[in-house]
Design a protein around this ligand. Structure first.
Ligand code: C5P
Length: 466
């Protein structure tokens, strides 16, 4: 039976489907299943979600297509179990084994589990005329690399294409999920970490590696491949996120990020420890979901996210002016750590240290509250205004008070006590405070938190919730 994915539908059909799905509280895939059932004269099934429902209906024509690339590491044996898990979830799985992978698992074993041919050669005449590398790349909704060896990651980071796996990875426009597996020393090596940073910047998603025993006796550390069930769960998350974010497409999202610098004189300033990572991750996730993103950024040391219009500012007052200029917006997210005060008597010249002279006194003046100013606008207020609350105590209670005081719709509250390592760190634990209540999100990377926020915004824009 031919297979069809939501992605292949034209925009008008997709829009109709999206509206129908939102009205019925179903995912787009479940809506298609329901339409097919209606057409077949079956009685309407209640909306279902999650792995079991997809497995039950995997015979329909909408099974998402997953291409699994197995790299050459001892963890390859777990990939056989991964194939089973993915098929149980209803995915249509194709499999590529690298030459090195065939040393650990046979094409026969993988083929038996996939229920079809397994691809190993870039220049296999049978496959090139039938399912060549470009078709393998194009006909995948998601590419999973498990195990992703240090060598495969290095080749991907460099854009090599000298075998089937790397050629497909270079040719695909689908999302890529990597499950790294290697010896802890290889994982910690600067070269691997450099490649990893490059791959993350290129938009690749990661699951694992985990810490624990290695295959080699006596070896322990970070480098074990994530378990098949964990990888399958990461696949599910990616697919859900992809379906959920469609309503963001074309929406204008305004984001502030980073610290502000408040001048004392032309060479000195007051600043804070904000790295800008969370705001930048949100901008990247929004742009990836197809939004029209403007990022008003204080001084940070981060690469510009792709497809984002970045407006660089220094002080709080500059930031407010840039935000007002960037309006109107459908959604405004205020992630910047704006200085509450500026120096009222900032010197036009460098303040000099003079022997015997009194120590200079800095008089402070209050800065405008950008979030509150925008949230209280009577005209041109973005329909969804989101703020952050970085607290060191009574996190949720303070965030609730802030929601009311600042007049915004949502507050993302987090504990930034030095012991949490959140300020400037790579992970975040967020409590989403809205008029409807509090959602406690799990500890996760700033990228994952950004993806979760974008999914939640998408659900709101379809009218599912606020
Ligand atoms: O009052 P507090 O600084 O805790 O509020 C944090 C929230 O308000 C963040 O969303 C921050 O970006 C925003 N804010 C602002 N302008 C200020 C101070 C905070 O936009 N001057």
């Amino acid at each position: 039976m031919a297979s069809l994915t939501v992605r292949q539908l034209d925009e008008a059909l997709k829009q109709q489907l999206r509206l129908r799905a939102a009205r019925n509280g179903r995912s787009m895939e479940d809506e298609i299943r329901s339409i097919l059932r209606e057409a077949a004269g079956e009685t309407e099934a209640p909306p279902q979600a999650g792995p079991a429902s997809r497995a039950e209906t995997s015979a329909t024509a909408v099974a998402p297509r997953l291409l699994l690339i197995v790299g050459g590491g001892i963890a390859a044996y777990k990939s056989l179990d991964l194939i089973r898990r993915l098929k149980e979830l209803g995915y249509a799985v194709r499999c590529i084994l690298t030459q090195a992978a065939t040393q650990f698992v046979t094409p026969l074993a993988a083929g038996a589990l996939v229920g079809g041919p397994v691809y190993t050669d870039l220049f296999n005449p049978d496959h090139e005329f039938d399912v060549g590398h470009i078709r393998l790349a194009r006909e995948a909704d998601l590419v999973v690399v498990a195990p992703a060896t240090a060598d495969l990651m290095a080749k991907m980071a460099q854009g090599h294409a000298n075998d089937l796996a790397t050629a497909v990875l270079l040719a695909t426009t689908a999302k890529i999920l990597l499950a790294p597996a290697m010896n802890p020393a290889m994982w910690a090596n600067k070269a691997t970490q450099r490649n990893l940073a490059q791959l993350k910047a290129d938009g690749v998603t990661l699951v694992g590696p985990n810490a624990g025993e290695m295959a080699e006796r006596g070896e322990r550390g970070l480098g074990r491949m994530a378990e098949p069930l964990e990888i399958a769960a990461a696949v599910e998350r990616l697919f859900k996120a992809e379906n959920a974010v469609l309503p963001i497409k074309g929406k204008r999202i305004l984001i502030t990020a980073g610290p502000t610098h408040e001048p004392i004189d032309p060479v000195r300033y007051i600043a804070n420890r904000s790295s800008g990572k969370q705001g930048y991750a949100i901008a990247a996730a929004a742009a990836e979901a197809g939004a029209d993103v403007v990022l008003v950024s204080g001084p940070v040391n981060l690469p510009r996210p792709q497809n984002v219009d970045v407006v660089a500012v220094e002080s709080a007052r500059d930031m407010l002016a840039a935000v007002e200029k960037a309006l109107p917006a459908d959604v405004a997210i205020f992630a910047a750590a704006v200085a509450d005060w500026r120096v009222a008597n900032a010197g036009a010249q460098k303040i000099k240290k003079r022997p015997g002279a009194a120590t200079p006194q800095l008089a402070l003046a209050e800065n405008p509250d950008i979030l509150s100013t925008i949230a209280h606008r009577s005209d041109g207020r973005p329909p969804l205004v989101i703020g952050f609350a970085a607290e060191t105590e009574n996190v949720v209670a303070n965030a609730k008070a802030k929601l009311a005081r600042k007049g915004c719709d949502w507050i993302l509250a987090n504990d930034v006590s030095p012991s949490t390592g959140i300020m400037g760190g790579d992970s975040n634990t967020i409590h989403l405070v809205t008029a409807a209540g509090v959602d406690d999100w799990p500890p996760q990377s700033k990228e994952e938190a950004a993806a979760m926020l974008i999914s939640r915004i998408a659900a709101t824009l379809t009218g599912d919730r606020h």
